[in-house]
Design a protein around this ligand. Structure first.
Ligand code: PAF
Length: 295
């Protein structure tokens, strides 16, 4: 495994792979790796000849009052985990390498990046789209792997790639969870034991929302109010956003009818911001796809 910290030698290493006709997969991360990241790496390894993992805590996607400084970092641990998975290259640049001068160019995916979580984290998705676009230009991968936990991020990146004709395939990988349902996140390590216990309310509320929709509830407000009630009953939860949207377009939905929807939640527990998602299938759609169901 090669550890590369600057762009020029990375390009040289990747040029060699490309010259031999090998396909390249990239897994962009902010480090402090967990099993969710490892699932992305495994998938990339299964589908590509060479795998590059990027480890970079990107300052431009954190708001002024967000946790850039407190975001967990442990480079040695990350490298040991990636070595065990035998990835080909780890690209771990400094902030100066990625942003050597004040940038004048940004990528904004609008309105997709301004709605939903974009309303509580203004500028976040522009920071993500800009750094991911830079990483794509640096690595020039054939395929790039992202977790479905960051559902809106995945939608924003897919849209950016389509709108800007970027020549690669984006692969979404299902959320990996702890045994009690908590979605794996690098931020989980910052939860106190009490906040960690409280945080499982998110996956319980998402499960209840999914159950209601699967049982025929078509009114988004009923679903959201039930979920809101569960989350706000947890004293340590500070609910920041809770949305129900079309699973493909992320547009607001007036009635949950034949198309799948996504439930998206953002909440802080003891100051640690967590997000989670669940795609829910309405009863009409479930009936359509059941074996023997009407088509
Ligand atoms: O999901 C993340 O870890 C980050 O948002 C990403 C995609 C690596 C961009 O900094």
């Amino acid at each position: 495994m090669q550890l590369i910290e600057t762009i020029a030698p990375l390009r040289a290493a990747l040029y060699d792979y490309r010259r031999k006709g090998e396909t390249i997969g990239v897994v962009p991360t902010m480090g402090y790796l967990h099993d969710g990241h490892l699932a992305l790496v495994e998938r990339a390894k299964a589908e590509c000849d060479r795998v590059v993992v990027t480890v970079f805590v990107n300052p431009t996607q954190f708001g002024p009052s967000e946790d850039f400084a407190a975001y967990p970092r442990d480079r040695e641990r990350d490298l040991a985990m990636l070595e065990r998975l035998a990835v080909d290259v780890v690209f771990a640049p400094t902030v100066e390498e990625m942003y050597p001068r004040p940038g004048q160019t940004t990528v904004s995916v609008k309105p997709l990046g301004d709605i939903l979580i974009g309303t509580v984290r203004p500028g976040h998705f522009s920071g993500v789209a800009t750094v991911v676009s830079k990483l794509f230009h640096i690595v020039q991968p054939d395929r790039a792997y992202f977790g479905e936990k960051d559902y809106q991020q995945l939608a924003v990146i897919r849209r950016m790639v389509a709108d800007l004709d970027m020549p690669l395939t984006i692969v979404g990988v299902p959320t990996v969870r702890e045994p009690d349902g908590l979605a794996m996140s690098s931020r989980n390590v910052r939860l106190t034991p009490e906040a960690r216990a409280a945080a499982k309310v998110l996956s319980r509320a998402l499960g209840e929302g999914e159950r209601l929709i699967g049982a025929g509830e078509a009114d988004p407000q009923v679903v959201l109010e039930t979920m809101r009630g569960m989350i706000t009953a947890e004293p340590l939860a500070e609910l920041r956003s809770l949305d129900l949207a079309d699973a493909e377009t992320l547009e607001a939905v007036e009635r949950v009818e034949a198309r799948p929807v996504v439930l998206l939640v953002t909440a802080a527990f003891g100051g640690v911001l967590l997000i989670d998602e669940r795609v829910a299938h309405p009863i009409a759609e479930l009936n359509e796809t059941e074996p023997g169901g009407e088509r």
